[in-house]
Design a protein around this ligand. Structure first.
Ligand code: G3P
Length: 229
């Protein structure tokens, strides 16, 4: 049985947040999009270059053209930044054409803005490395986003597509849990959601109680001048 584990990508272009979370050893990659890059107020190519230096895993950088020839040129230009750059293209017919051409170049492609199983099937046909179904935005319009994840995983399991299911538009820890229960390959998570995953009031309360009781023993684990090893 080949080893499988869920990969965690950070969904932000904020390099300070990425550096901080990467130091935990929990980060397997980064996804950005034009809105996240615009928030930084920084030069796009510089931001991508900096992020690629912060994490070893895939770093998604999205083309902004909508026509195939220009999307292809932009993708190939972005790919020159670093070996771990993953070209992100929207799920349009021109995006699928670009996905096919760039994946044929041997460069990773993340097909984004996926909202249906039919779209996900075409992205796999186009050789996508990752498919990014947006669960939060489906929830926003009353459609259960994780149902789409289940459909995509079921479809992909029938074939040998290389495409990894990268759950995006994650709005809270429950989306991550639901994606993990379904066996999604990757979740891309805003920094705040990662923090919401590990923070729990009962953990804080329990730790405070442990340390208060330990304090009463007057002991230390490490040797001190008054209590040498
Ligand atoms: O990676 C896609 C993600 O950034 C979109 O999230 O919350 O804008 O739907 P959201």
């Amino acid at each position: 049985m080949s080893e499988r584990y869920m990969k965690f990508f950070v969904d932000t272009a904020d390099t300070a947040e990425i550096a901080n979370l990467a130091s935990t050893g929990l980060v397997d990659g980064v996804t950005t999009n034009p809105s996240l890059v615009a928030k930084t107020g920084k030069d796009f190519l510089e931001v991508v270059r900096e992020i690629c230096g912060l994490v070893d895993g895939p770093v998604s950088a999205e083309v902004t053209a909508t026509d195939f020839p220009t999307m292809l040129a932009e993708g190939r230009h972005l790919a020159k930044i670093a070996d771990n750059v993953t070209i992100k293209v929207p799920l349009t017919v021109d995006g699928l054409r670009t996905c096919k051409a760039i994946s044929d170049d041997g460069i990773m492609v993340n097909v984004t803005l996926c909202f249906s199983a039919a779209q996900a099937l075409l992205a796999a046909k186009a050789g996508a490395s990752f498919i990014s179904p947006f669960v939060g935005r489906l929830d926003d319009i009353g459609i259960v986003g994780t149902d789409l994840i289940a459909d995509i995983i079921q479809i992909y399991a029938n074939y040998d597509f290389p495409t990894q299911v990268l759950v995006a538009s994650v709005r809270g820890p429950q989306h991550v849990i639901d994606a993990a229960k379904l066996g999604a390959d990757v979740v891309t998570v805003p920094p705040g959601v990662i923090r919401a995953m590990y923070n729990h009031p009962l953990t804080d309360k329990g730790l405070t109680a442990f340390l208060a009781d330990w304090e009463k023993t007057g002991q230390t684990i490490l040797p001190t001048k008054s209590s040498p090893a």
